[in-house]
Design a protein around this ligand. Sequence first.
Ligand code: GN1
Ligand code: MG
Length: 364
Amino acid sequence: MDSILCLLEKFALPAGEKTAVPFGNGHINNTYLITIDGVKERYILQRINSYVFVRPQEVMENMLHITEYLQERIREEGGNPDRETIRLVPSVTGEPWVKDEEGEVWRVMLCVPDTVSPQHPDDLHVLEECGKAFGCFSRRLNHFPAATLHETIIAFHDTPNRLRQLEDAISADPCGRVKDVAEEIAFARAREAETRILVEAHAAGKLPLRVTHNDTKVNNVLLDRDTGKAVCVIDLDTVMPGLLAYDFGDAIRVGACSAEEDERDLEKVRLELQKAEAFARGFLGELKGALSEEEVLSLEAGARLMTFENGMRFLADHLNGDKYFRIHRPGQNLDRARTQFALLADMEKHQEEMRAMLTGIYRD
Ligand code: GN1
Ligand code: MG
């Protein structure tokens, strides 16, 4: 802990005794909540995972760019720019990050006061607010100069590429685990054609490239503690040009699933259409008039593909020896993969209902 306290001295934080405690449940970065004696504000300290983000400084440049742009938009809309987007605390030398002795990049952000992040919400109002938060994020970034953003993880939501990476892990089989996952491998291979739906629709000019968040778990939304209203979207590490279906889809994968991401009892894993509908109402409400019918319908494919993609990524990481996603028990990445595949199988049964629901809401 000492070294963390030394590190904090390098940020332009108020004076006072500081306390750092591990915080949140992300799978990638290391996160701490920082409190300072006699100071009302609380802070988040994060080490960017350099195995996942090979050029962490590019992550930070994107983040600066996006948050500054969002602050302008929020001001124009009469909102509160200190509350509706993340704010970075610079280093004492004015940099947006600090490097430790090992060259790892750390950053500090202000906590947005009086907010909560929903973990696994059952309340449909909460899901609708999460939908609003991500829809609003997308709307505000509609005219952002996308070409100025770094691609922080190359081919992040390129689903065919995710299948290739799974095939690479199967061929290498460094931990000898392939023999135990024949069923899961067959499940993924049977859906090879599906992996191409969105990339091909985009290549054919049917789906526009937008600036997307790309990691839209509902716990990446902050809601006002008192009113329950959406306040802001966090975790901007993967904001890059992408398809709207990625953002809608990943949120449905988490927010409209009846079970946790690593649930072992697959009987419990279902798509909850009512939750998907609540999220969609919030999301599409922010994007009225901005989408073609094709793009609205692509959101359904997005839910399936993001679920499929995460399943393949968890399975590949299980085969590779759990190098990418942090695990808290042996086999957790395999459990996560199985949950994703079970959810995908259920989503496949509800495709028509989802599509009808989406077009209905958009037309309303
Ligand atoms: C990772 O660490 P976290 O929870 O923000 C991952 C996402 C996955 C998610 C699965 C940069 O996000 O892509 O969907 O785990 N982030 C990265 O829960 O790979
Ligand atoms: Mg994330």
